[in-house]
Structure formats: C-alpha cells, structure tokens
Write a protein that binds this ligand. Sequence first.
Ligand code: EPZ
Length: 431
Amino acid sequence: MDKFLIRGGQSLKGTIEISGAKNSALPCLAATLLSAETVTLHNVPYVKDLITQRRLLEDLGATVLTPELRTHKVTAKNIGTFEAPYELVKTMRASVLALGPLLARFGRAKVSLPGGCAIGTRPIDLHLKAFEQLGATVSLESGDVVARAPKGRLTGAEISFEKVTVTGTENVMMASALAKGKTVIHNAACEPEIEDLAELINKMGGRIKGAGTPTIEIEGVEALSGAEHTIIPDRIETGTFIVAAAITGGELEIRKCEPKHLQAVIEKLRDSGVEIEELNQSSLLVKCGAKGLTAKDITTEPHPHFPTDMQAQYMALMTQAEGISVVKETIFENRFMHASELVRMSAKIDFSGNTARVHGKTRLTGARVQASDLRASASLVLAALCASGETVIDRVYHIDRGYENIVRKLGAVGAKIERISESPTTAAATE
Ligand code: EPZ
C-alpha cells in the first residue's frame, strides 16, 4: 500500500490550480444514465472514485469515451443490466446514485446496499423512502436494494426529508426528472453540487427549479436528451489548500476555484487570522496573517454553513492557533478518527462524543500515522507539512479517492512530499 513521506517545515509559495468537484462529477456521471443520447462532461477530476464511477457506467452498458483525461463523453444507449454490484458499491458508496436514474428511465434498479464506513453508519433509508413515495416498490434481497416502478414509470410526489441528505436529494432529483407529473422536495440539501447537477439535467431538457434552496420543484418530462456541461471546481480541495498555505506560514495563489461556494469556510478562516484576498471570481491569494492564528470554534452543518468535509483540515490548523477551539461535528457520528493521529504528532486534543477541544498552539512533531478516510488523510498531510521532522502516512489510498495529484500539486509549491509505492504497478507510481 502506498504511503506518503513528508518532511515538514517548508513555507508553501506559488500557485495551485483546483480540479473539478468529485462530489459533483459523481452525480453528474450518474445522471448520464437518464438519457440514450451522448452527454459530455468537462473538468471531471482524475481521482479513484471517478474511475470507479466510470467502471460502473461501463458495467451497466454505457460507452464512456475520454478524448481528454478530464472530459467524459457518455452514451447510455444500450443499458444491458440495472445492477450496481457489491464489488463496486463496497469500494464507493456513491454508487447508490445509480438507483434514481435507473429507476426513472427503466423502471427498475438493483444496487448493493452500502455498508457503514469509517465516519459513520450512513444509512440510505431516506433515499428509499422517497422512492416509495414516487411510487416504487423497494425491497432488500440478500443485501441488495431491489427497486421497481410497478407502472413502469414513477409518479411525482411531495417529499419532505426528515434530515438534510446530499446524495438523497440528488437521487430523488434524478428519479423525478422522468416521473409523471410534479415532485416537490422539502428540506432539500443546498450544496453547490446539487445546483450543478440540476443545471446539467436542465441542459438535458429537464425542468428543475429551486436547486440550491431547501425547496426544489421538478416537473417530470417524457425523455431527456444529450448535453454538454463543465463540472464546478472542488470547494473542499480549495479549502484544503487554503489551510495548507496558512498552516505552513506560506503564500499561495489558488486558481480555477469558486470562492462563493465556500464562504462559511473563508469567513471562519479570516476570523482566525488567515488573510484571504479574492483576486477575481476564480482566484484567491492566501497567506497567514502577521499576528498568527487565534482559536475559533466551529460546528459542522449542511451548506451554506461550515462543511463537515473541512472539519478535519480545520482541526489540524487549530493546533497552530493560540487558545482553545471547540470543534463540533453534527453530520457524522464518527468523524474524529484523525484527532488521535494528530495527538500522535504531539497535538493536544481531547474529545468526547461529537465535540473535540483543540489546545493550541502546539509544536507538531513528525511521526508514523494512518489515514482512515478521505478528509482525515488530508488533515494528516496538512499537519505533517508544518511538523518538525519526517512523517509517514499509511493508507493514502484514501486520499487518492478525492484529491487529484496532491503530491505533484504540493511539491510544485515547495512541499517536501513523496509517495512511497510498494507496488510498482499502481498508476500513481509515476508521481
Ligand atoms: C455527501 O455524502 C458527500 N458525498 C460527503 O462527502 C459529505 O460528507 C456529505 O454529503 C455531507 O455533506 C458525496 O457527495 C458523494 P448525507 P452523503 O446523505 O450524501 C444521514 C467526502 O469527503 N442520512 O448528506 O452520503 C447520514 O448518515 C464525502 O467527499 C440518513 O440517516 O451524506 C448523515 O448523518 C464524505 N439517512 C447525514 O444524514 C439517509 O438516507 C447526512 O448525510 C441519508 C443520510
């Protein structure tokens, strides 16, 4: 298994470009199943999860051409099976996003029920309940979710989510795009990735209004056509590199990003002393303020509030802030795995339940640590960049799932980071 070796203490300087958003490209690729015509997606990040999603589409019978590495031309004309198998779903929960489009277009879908993951149990009960409200029958058979539209087509309905769910909102938006009549989703997720997916479906001839707000209205249509769409920049990758500049006392220009998609993060970081200048609509200049960092509390909540996917990176930064910061995680019940690894690097963090207290400022020291999930691994990379000595991070396959070329991007702005590959075949060995 690959590892990262990082020698800390370098102030990062230079320019970094942001890739397309993993959490938008995944549902947008799933949405290509809604049409028999070709859908072209640009700015698809070259990360493991998107390679898995592509494989899922091809296993279902779609053709996926990539004239360029980050452009996918998908034609889901000859779909031969309606099943997302266990082998794929166990590696990537987002495979459940195939449920909505398959059910909508073919009236049936079979997807292995995703198990829990490192950050929580993560049930999909709200997705399934909503499909039933759209007229589907849903059953669990030997670990697979089997959904059918008895009338061959779903019927629009009023749906109120008890809890805000991102992929739940996306799945229902896709399912109801081809349903008979109108669907209204209440308490919908408002993440920018939801708006991006709605924009794609509307380009395909869909009729979605209100995406990005808690109430989304979808007028079902008979069929959807082909389209061309560019995926939005990755706001979590942007936030991660803002923290990289601040935690190393460096100066980074971050390009091809979308500052308005992470306002809550930018405001909180400015509050804590990070200087963040919006150079234009798609570039930020970031440096650590002359007075250093001050501890500030956060509570993770659905968009537009502070995102849970930035919690781990923020915790790493707070180890370098004066004072005690309280980090409250309200979305996932087990998202502090990185805290004990940071403590191995001499951070002072105590936590119980969904609340952690970070005692700053502490001098981090290099150590051997282990990544447990995508964002936890990002926080360990950030901590290692400012720690004294060497850090070895195990299980970096987690980070490959959602960060494109992170070793190359950080290396280009002065980080002393290298990937140690134990198997020469792994593609990333070239980095
Ligand atoms: C999406 O996951 C993202 N993944 C996650 O990013 C992100 O952390 C999460 O939204 C929250 O922002 C993708 O977009 C592919 P949820 P999702 O449904 O949709 C509970 C990353 O690091 N819930 O919004 O799976 C659930 O357990 C990943 O890139 C139910 O109880 O998250 C959680 O506590 C990690 N029943 C809460 O709701 C359901 O049917 C929010 O989950 C659905 C969700």
